[in-house]
Design a protein around this ligand. Structure first.
Ligand SMILES: [Zn+2]
Length: 258
């Protein structure tokens, strides 16, 4: 069975010039579909364009917390205008990043909630970026539960098992994992993963970032998702990782069936 990469950035300049090669090799690379994720106005537009060009490429649109201070209602107007595109599966990536703090925290929070509201109005799930902002994220999700009715995924999830349970206590969130699970020091990651329900796990690359071992330190590509799936299969031999995570992706991102 071929894998769905639920979070890639083929719109990044490091990958953009290779998109046609990446797409034409998807079958032999063991990939069935790729969700190309937007993070600002321009990358969102590119994301939509790629989804319109290639059958197996899907897209999301959103303003990343890094770019929150540049967010404008015209961005939201654009997102609304493309929301009915059959290949547009989600709003994202949106969220909070208190590690880099490229935008002020108050602005990040406001722009995040504005996009939760937009996603709810557009009946789309959300793809969430979260770094070093666990408490505030939990609070914002709790107070905005009414906007979460189309589902959400915490992408590149790096929390501990306690965080898994705290999120699940407020909402049936999905957790997406990628190359980081192959890094050294990964024994506690296996433990964290054992706390994520089988029907809540997704696979992603976040390419060109988060390259898995043995290619860590070089550019990441969608095909390297195989190393992520293999690591999980090695840790949980009784499960069928690819079919579980594909089924989860199709349940959360219903337009992936288009
Ligand atoms: Zn990303």
């Amino acid at each position: 069975m071929r894998i769905i990469d639920t979070h890639a950035h083929l719109n990044d300049e490091r990958l953009y010039s290779s998109v046609s090669d990446i797409v034409s090799n998807m079958e032999s690379d063991g990939l069935s579909k790729i969700i190309n994720v937007g993070y600002c106005q321009q990358s969102s537009e590119t994301s939509v364009k790629l989804a319109n060009t290639y059958k197996s490429i899907y897209c999301s649109v959103g303003i990343h917390p890094h770019d929150a201070s540049n967010a404008h209602t015209s961005n939201y107007d654009y997102f609304s205008s493309v929301a009915t595109n059959p290949k547009l599966v989600a709003i994202g990536e949106i969220g909070l990043d208190y590690y880099y703090n490229h935008s002020e925290r108050a602005v990040q929070k406001r722009v995040f909630v504005e996009q939760l509201e937009l996603a709810s109005a557009l009946k789309l799930p959300v793809i969430i970026h979260l770094r070093d902002a666990f408490e505030d994220m939990l609070k914002l999700l709790k107070t905005n539960l009414h906007y979460l009715n189309n589902g959400l995924v915490l992408h590149c999830f790096s929390g501990d098992s306690d965080m898994v349970h705290q999120f699940l206590n407020i909402y049936p969130v999905y957790f997406s994992v990628g190359g980081a699970i192959t890094f050294k020091n990964n024994l506690d990651k296996k433990d964290v993963l054992s706390h994520i329900p089988i029907d809540s796990l997704l696979l992603e690359t976040d390419c060109p970032y988060m390259t898995p071992v043995p290619f860590r330190g070089t550019t990441n590509y969608p095909k390297y998702i195989n190393f992520v799936a293999s690591k999980l299969q090695e840790w949980f031999p009784e499960r069928n990782i690819i079919s579980e995570t594909n089924a989860n992706a199709l349940r959360l991102f219903t337009k992936l069936n288009n």
